[in-house]
Design a protein around this ligand. Sequence first.
Ligand SMILES: [Zn+2]
Length: 248
Amino acid sequence: MGWVDTHCHLQLDERVPGDLLARADRVDWVVVPGVDLASSKAAASLADAHPGRVLASAGLHPHEAGMWPEQADAIAALAPGVAAIGETGLDFYRNLSPRDDQVTSFRGQIEIAIENRKPIIIHCRDAFADVHEIVEKSGVGPLAVLHCWTGGPKWTRRFLDLGVMFSFAGPVAFETGETVRFGAALVPPERALVETDTPYLAPPPHRGEPNEPAWVELVGAALAAVWELPIVEVAATTTANAERVFRA
Ligand SMILES: [Zn+2]
């Protein structure tokens, strides 16, 4: 049984990436998303160092969106050599950068994804309506991966119609994750991915510890419980989905 961790920031972790990968012996491969130019280059270097085991994604996180004017060209230049664009998106919860900057950066990265025909990894926090509108109007839905999906039934239904993929993380396994589980129940397994968001959001029983790719199977087990499917089936389906999305 092999899993794919579609979102782990190994390059932002103070631990040695090779150690975390070695401990994740049931994880076939991982996607390492950048959050700015430097971390996107670091992700690409990790992919070079671990061929077949690490795929890189290049992008600018909504928290850093103010740097888009300076970093856009360099991120676009990385696009042909990486597996995906992002992480991008909108975060209207923490609002660490102005909303207009977030929207400009998000739209710019959507254009890069469409031009390069790459999947785009989208962060969406307290911004369901705006992300939905931008994804719908741009037509990027079939390339979109909604990372750490936490939407309930209403937004899950609306995003399902756009053709996106839903990547589930620790929150689907949290005791307080009931709304996320109600949303997950509506997602057909062939539209789902699993991730850890390492080093954040460790699933139970590891809450509060730095997360790591090996624990992606705890996310998969939570989805298996929601769908009432065997864990091996969830591993096989989400891994096949990841192959289709990131390695096609
Ligand atoms: Zn992330």
